[in-house]
Write a protein that binds this ligand. Structure first.
Ligand SMILES: Cc1cc2nc3c(=O)[nH]c(=O)nc-3n(C[C@H](O)[C@H](O)[C@H](O)COP(=O)(O)O)c2cc1C
Length: 217
């Protein structure tokens, strides 16, 4: 069976119309499965399907969460970009573990990811940074993300300074800015179903392979 047809089988409805997660999904690679759900969210027209909650913790276990944008995903993991001096980065540098939670409400779908986090290479960060508009690149230089800001004028001054500094030149990648990759240890797919009898399927990494398990809703 081709990967496309196994994915179709995995998504097929077996219960009179409510789309569930069929047993065939258990044989899929979870990154491929994520790609199918992500594409479905895009095709459905969900606003910013790439928006995802990112949870980190301090070393003594206090959690914090905020939204980030997923910029790429492949078998190595899920990548987002940020300021390496931000609160999230400082927590990730001390405790390089994170959780992601996507919610595509109109499709009644949630995907949860947990895993170890690492910085991506400066080359990879540069490749993405240089694809951003000039305004965003200047903004990255101007923002000391998560530090106290005395007033809006201070930020605007810093934007002007960065504009002058790079007036002639291309805006280079700030040394304090780049991507993180979450290497998934678990990926859980949740599909809403009638009477709160939702489907939950968890993939857990086991060496180079994945094991699967169903959970009560
Ligand atoms: C939809 C949405 C997407 C966001 N995407 C990012 C992002 O990709 N990277 C980022 O650093 N902040 C992003 N932010 C801002 C963060 O939520 C957060 O305010 C900021 O990164 C500071 O978080 P921290 O102080 O915990 O580090 C986004 C906010 C929203 C609402």
């Amino acid at each position: 069976m081709s990967i496309e047809s196994s994915i179709k089988t995995a998504l097929n409805t077996a219960d009179g119309g409510t789309i569930g997660i069929s047993p065939a999904a258990e044989d899929l690679d979870p990154i491929d499965f994520f790609g199918v759900w992500y594409d479905a969210a895009e095709e459905f027209g969900i606003f910013m399907p790439e928006a995802v909650a990112l949870a980190t913790t301090t070393l003594d276990g206090a959690p914090s969460a905020r939204m980030v944008l997923l910029k790429s995903v492949d078998e190595r993991g899920f990548v987002f970009f940020t300021n390496y001096g931000s609160r999230k980065a400082s927590e990730l540098e001390k405790n390089p573990q994170a959780a992601l939670c996507f919610h595509w409400a109109e499709l009644e779908r949630q995907v949860r990811v947990t895993g170890a986090v690492e910085r991506i290479s400066p080359e990879e960060s540069y490749a993405y940074f240089s694809s951003r508009g000039r305004g965003s690149r200047i903004g990255a230089w101007a923002s000391k993300q998560s530090e106290p800001l005395p007033d809006r004028a201070t930020l605007e001054d810093r934007v002007r300074e960065a504009q002058q500094r790079f007036a002639e030149d291309d805006v280079p990648l700030p040394p304090f800015w780049g991507g993180y990759r979450i290497r998934p240890g678990t990926i859980e797919f949740w599909q809403g179903k009638a009477d709160r009898l939702h489907d939950r399927l968890v993939f857990t990494r086991s060496g180079d392979a994945w094991t699967t398990e169903r959970l009560y809703p």
